[in-house]
Every structure is written in structure tokens, then in C-alpha cells.
Design a protein around this ligand. Structure first.
Ligand code: MSP
Length: 634
């Protein structure tokens, strides 16, 4: 009898629609997707939720700036998030928008319940407000009179607002966090919150007067106010799964785990548990009755050592790398590079480094070597072989890898899970090196030994086709297809040593093509096509370099004297950092002969040589067969 299925409910933050998706959002959503896929692979009943957070000043301001209504604006950006997740192959089960009726209804219902229970009161509040953050700052938090996040001046605002009696839950919350060591993980964030809770907790202002902000959910007991955006947003986690009485709500909610970035720790670790405790109490239940199981917190990405900034466009480029190098490579990099919980830096260089070393080399070569050998072999249902130590090692390592992956995933330690799988891939590459199957294949007396090695290799490919599936879904599917494994992948089948057949295998090479590290494959620029007649306007000629010298006072320029057969010309070229003058003398190159003359650093240039470049490398075009100077190039 199989064990009952475990329930698992996983959420990402719902993203603000004041900006389009970037690397940071993609990271959270990708690791959530890997976790959801992993738990499905393990046979669990998984529900994976993401969505968009659409109310509040920030969004109203962004819509005004774009000159459209908030609804039109949120529709557009929310669709951009959905589209991005589709492109990245994200397998969420639901996508919630806070402007949907199903959400607004629950927010109002919860507000009414808390109001009726006396958990909300009308009070006066004056404070330093940051419109960017949509929050008031305490004197202690203000830096040089400015918002510590935006470095912008704060505005003093005084108004009547509704408050949630959060302060009264402080003692209870501390106790809950202390008693449940894994309520907030990793440990550093648990400590951060316990540290924060040493100071008195204030009540939470949960409304905004409509005179200041229209774009929100009206308070059911006073429509002159709309709901504070955090109070509204957090409720998405329960409104999406049918709070309070929807079918299966309780069972699912009891197994809820949130995944968030460290920037939004406080609302999730303080406001949200207090809101849920008040709600449970108002419903006549113990305070803990509605708490989620865990809060999993990850660190922050910086880009090229600096803060991500929309204004320099780098965040968008980072996401474009998924298209340039494949979704799987991107997933692998972000999961392997960032130690879960700590900050990390993103750069294309580091990305390409890992792509080449781990994916092209370690995994790609293994799959290519193993499938090449297996494709040449005769499929065999029952090869004969006995117990051999090398095979036993592989089996044990596979078992260890699976076990350590399970432990790592329990803690959201994606980097460790991948490290464990790669350790096993190392074992396999060494297994091939030492058993030398290609040598066995040449010796007809070693047929049984060869079969044994091949059967083990096939079995390890079956194993990898399963355990890699949550992390590299496309590559894992390709591996399974190459070995003809058409079963639905299930973690319980990830065992090496159970299946000793040699299946029919198709060779699979180039699973992850290598990228030249110095010149990452730049996507060809989107440029307009030209007519052949436009190209024919260029007079390209073969030219022989007869002399070359540096241009005085210039680091970059060389002055070349070239022969076109009938005449000699001076051509100035910006190649001095790549070629010494002597390198080019005697070479046949190609120049644009009908270019307008130009004066460069005091030297008249009468033509332009052709050279290619990628990154910081440059190469002058030369001929691979001899042609006379002056020959036409077209
Ligand atoms: N709308 C709120 C969340 C409400 S949840 C009830 C919000 N949205 S957000 O669009 O600003 O997204 C914040 C989240 O995006 C972070 O918690 C994190 O998951 C992700 N990231 C945004 N920038 C990031 C980095 N630079 N690095 C890593 N993750 C980042 O806050």
C-alpha cells in the first residue's frame, strides 16, 4: 500500500504591477516552480500559486504617469507577468490578481469580521510618509530626513485612519516563533524578526482616506476609506484557495508554505501571522489555528556588483539570457549560484562559466558519451553480469544523491540539491573513464563486461532523467526520450540497480552547447533588412598591406599602406590594441574602397578595412586563398 499523498501549498509573493517582470521576480518564481515540480515528482498533492498585487499609491501613480486608467494599466502589466511565466515554463496552478472579485470579496469579509470583533478601531495618525514605499517611517528609520530606500524627502501627513490592534499579539507571536524553530527559515531571518520584536510593536494602520487614494478596496464599514495595500495583498494567499469555507480550503491551508525575498520579511513574519491570529480568534478558534506552516526567505540579487536598476535596463537583459541560452541553463544558474537565503551577484560571465563547466562539460559530455555508446549497442533484455565493485559504487552514490537531494529540498536549499546531483554526475564521468567501454567494445572476449557497463549507464540515465526533471525540465525530458523512457517521471523510480536492460537509445549530443567564454553568443541585432542593390553600392576590394605603422599619440590607430594593384592608398584602422604593425604586412585584407575620405588624428584615411569583433576580441578579415590586389569582393 502506498503512503497517503502529502498536501503541499506553495506561494510566491504577488508582484507589484508598477513595473514589468525582472530577474528578481523571475528568480523567486523559478525556484518556486522547481519546488512545485519536485513535490509533484515526489507524488505530493501540490498547489502552486502566483499572481499580481494591483492596488495602492504606487500603481495609481504609475498608471497616471503612463496616462491610462489604473485598471487598463494593471491589466497590461499583469498580462506581461503571465506571459513571462509562460515563456519560462512556470507550472503554477493558479494566478491571482487582487483586482478580481473573488479576492476583493474575501478582503472585505475579513475586514468586517475583524471590525465586528473589535480588532479594528479609528485613530489619528501623523507621520513621515514615503509615497514610493507607501508607508510611514518612524524617526528611528529616517536617514538624513529622507526615506532610507528611495533617498527621497518624506512628506508629513496627518490623518484619521483605521488601525488593526496588532500590538496585542506581540507576546504571542514571539512565543510562536520561539517554539517553532522552522516557522521562519533560514535561521538568520528568524533571528532578524525576533530582534525586531524586542522593540514594542505598534498597531497597524490599515486604511487610506479615499481623498488621497481611490485605487483600493473600500472598507466595508466605512467606504470613505480604502484598504492599505499590504493588508489587502497578504489576503491573496487565502482568497485564492477559497477562504473561509471553500472545498479543501482547510486541508490545503494547513500545509501552506510561503516563499519570499528578504525585502518583504516583516509583512509576512509579523503583520500576516497577527492578522491570522486575530481572525482565528474572531472565529472562536485558537490563535494558531490559521497560521501557515512556513516562511522560506531568500536573499537579493545584485547585477554586476551593483543594485538592479530599471533605468539602466540591465534587469531586462538578464531575463533575456533565458532566450539566448535556454530556460534550463538560466534555471540552473540562478539555483546553483545563489545559496538559498544569502545574496548573490548575477553576471553573464559567471553564467557562461557555469553553463560551460557544469552543463556543457559535466552533464552534456556524460549524456553524449553514454548515449553514443548505448546507441551502438544491441538492445538486450537480460544481459548477464554478476556483482562488480565499480557498479556497486555507482548504485550507492545514486542512493546517496537522492537522499541528500531530498534533505536539501526540505530546506529549499536548491544550490545544495544541485551540488549533490553534480557530485553524482562526477562519479559517472569517472566510472566511464575507468571502465573504458570503448576499449571493451573492441575486444570480443569482453562482451559481457561491456554489456554490464552499458546497462549501468542506461540505468543512470534513467535516474538522471527523473531527478533532474524539477530543475532542468527540458533537458531531463530529452534524456528520457533518448533512452525511450516514456513513463511519467516519479521520484520513487529514481533508483539505480533495479533495471538491468540495455534499451534502444538515440544518441543525444549537444544537450547544452558550449559558449565561447570571451564572446558570449550575442543575439544578432534586430536590424532592418536591406536590398541586394543597397549592398552592391559598396565597392569592396582585396588589398595587400605593404606597410604599417602606429599613428603618433594614438593608442588605437594604425596607419596602413595598402596596394589595390593599380594604386596605393593610406587606410587608418582602429586595431592597434589587437595587432602589432608588423603582424599585418604582406597580408591580403578586404577594404571598402569607395568610402568618403576621413581625417583621423591628423592622418587622411582613404578606405576602411573589414574586421569582426565579439566582446573584447577583434579579427581582421583575410583571404583563405590567394587573389590579386584589387580583386572585387561581393
Ligand atoms: N507586492 C509585494 C508583495 C506582496 S506579497 C503578499 C511586492 N512586490 S514586488 O514586485 O516588489 O516583488 C518583491 C519580490 O520580488 C521579492 O520579495 C522577491 O521575491 C522578488 N525580488 C525583487 N527584486 C529582487 C532581487 N533583486 N533579488 C531577488 N529577489 C527579488 O513586494
Amino acid at each position: 500500500m502506498s503512503a497517503p499523498r502529502r498536501t503541499f501549498y506553495l506561494t510566491t509573493p504577488i508582484y507589484y504591477v508598477n513595473a514589468t517582470p525582472h530577474l528578481g521576480h523571475a528568480y523567486t518564481t523559478i525556484i518556486a516552480d522547481a519546488m512545485a515540480r519536485y513535490r509533484r515528482l515526489a507524488g505530493d498533492d501540490v498547489f502552486f500559486l502566483t499572481g499580481t498585487d494591483e492596488h495602492g499609491d504606487k500603481i495609481a501613480q504609475a498608471a497616471a504617469k503612463a496616462g491610462v486608467s489604473p485598471q487598463a494599466y494593471t491589466d497590461r502589466i499583469s498580462a506581461a507577468f503571465r506571459e513571462t511565466w509562460k515563456r519560462l515554463g512556470i507550472t503554477h496552478d493558479d494566478f491571482i490578481r487582487t483586482t478580481e472579485p473573488r479576492h476583493k470579496k474575501v478582503v472585505q469579509q475579513i475586514l468586517q469580521t475583524l471590525w465586528d470583533a473589535g480588532e479594528i478601531y479609528l485613530g489619528k495618525y501623523g507621520g513621515h510618509y514615503c509615497f514610493g514605499c507607501e508607508r510611514f517611517y518612524t524617526e528611528k528609520e529616517i536617514v538624513d530626513g529622507k526615506c532610507p530606500d528611495h533617498q527621497a524627502p518624506l512628506t508629513w501627513i496627518e490623518e484619521e485612519n483605521y488601525f488593526f490592534r496588532m500590538s496585542k499579539y506581540q507576546g504571542w507571536l514571539i512565543e510562536h516563533i520561539e517554539r517553532h524553530g522552522d516557522f521562519i527559515r533560514p535561521e538568520r531571518y528568524r533571528n532578524e524578526i525576533l530582534g525586531f520584536l524586542r522593540d514594542p510593536l505598534t498597531d497597524l494602520s490599515i486604511s487610506r482616506p479615499r481623498t488621497r487614494l481611490e485605487w483600493g478596496i473600500p472598507l466595508p464599514f466605512d467606504p470613505k476609506y480604502v484598504t492599505y495595500v499590504w493588508f489587502d495583498a497578504l489576503i491573496n494567499y487565502v482568497s485564492a484557495i477559497g477562504y473561509p469555507n471553500g472545498p479543501g480550503f482547510r486541508a490545503r491551508w494547513a500545509e501552506a508554505q510561503h516563499l519570499i525575498g528578504k525585502d518583504i520579511l516583516k509583512p509576512h513574519a509579523v503583520y500576516w501571522p497577527c492578522m491570522l491570529a486575530a481572525l482565528a480568534q474572531a472565529q472562536g478558534e485558537p490563535r494558531e489555528a490559521l497560521l501557515p506552516r512556513r516562511l522560506n526567505v531568500h536573499g537579493y540579487w545584485s547585477l554586476g556588483g551593483g543594485k538592479m536598476s530599471k533605468s539602466i535596463g540591465n534587469v531586462v537583459e538578464a531575463l533575456a539570457l533565458t532566450e539566448k541560452y535556454s530556460n534550463d541553463a538560466f534555471r540552473y544558474f540562478v539555483m546553483r549560484e545563489m545559496v538559498f537565503g544569502l545574496d548573490a551577484d548575477f553576471s553573464e560571465e559567471a553564467f557562461v562559466g557555469r553553463l560551460n563547466a557544469d552543463l556543457a562539460n559535466d552533464l552534456g559530455n556524460l549524456v553524449s558519451r553514454a548515449t553514443t555508446l548505448l546507441a551502438k549497442a544491441t538492445p538486450n533484455e537480460k544481459p548477464e553480469f554478476g556483482f562488480v565493485a565499480a557498479d556497486q559504487d555507482v548504485r550507492v552514490s545514486a542512493g546517496e544523491a537522492r537522499h541528500t537531494v531530498e534533505l536539501a529540498m526540505e530546506e529549499f536549499a536548491f544550490h545544495r540539491a544541485l551540488g549533490d546531483i553534480w557530485e553524482f554526475i562526477g562519479v559517472l564521468n569517472r566510472y566511464i573513464d575507468t571502465t573504458q567501454p570503448w576499449a571493451l567494445a573492441k575486444d570480443s572476449t569482453k562482451a559481457a563486461e561491456l554489456n554490464r557497463v552499458l546497462a549501468t549507464l542506461a540505468d543512470t540515465l534513467r535516474f538522471l532523467g527523473i531527478v533532474l526533471a524539477p530543475f532542468l525540465p527540458d533537458a531531463a525530458a530529452k534524456i528520457r526520450r533518448a533512452i525511450g523512457d516514456d513513463r511519467k517521471p516519479e521520484l520513487e523510480n529514481a533508483v539505480v540497480g533495479r533495471n538491468n536492460t540495455i534499451p534502444r537509445v538515440e544518441r543525444l549530443s549537444g544537450l547544452f552547447p558550449r559558449v565561447d567564454e570571451k564572446t558570449p553568443a550575442a543575439a544578432p541585432a534586430e536590424s532592418a533588412r536591406i536590398r541586394a542593390s543597397d549592398f552592391a553600392k559598396l565597392d569592396l576590394r582585396v588589398a595587400e598591406v605593404v606597410a604599417a605603422e602606429p599613428v603618433p599619440r594614438s593608442k588605437k590607430l594604425l596607419r596602413l599602406t595598402v596596394s589595390l594593384g593599380t594604386e596605393e592608398r593610406t587606410v587608418v584602422a582602429g586595431i592597434a590594441e589587437h595587432y602589432a604593425p608588423g603582424d599585418l604586412v604582406g597580408k591580403k585584407i578586404v577594404i571598402v574602397a569607395n568610402l568618403e575620405p576621413a581625417r583621423l588624428m591628423g592622418v587622411d584615411s582613404n578606405g576602411m578595412l573589414l574586421a569582426g569583433s565579439a566582446g573584447d576580441r577583434l579579427a581582421v578579415l583575410t583571404l583563405d586563398r590567394d587573389l590579386p590586389p584589387g580583386a572585387r569582393v561581393k
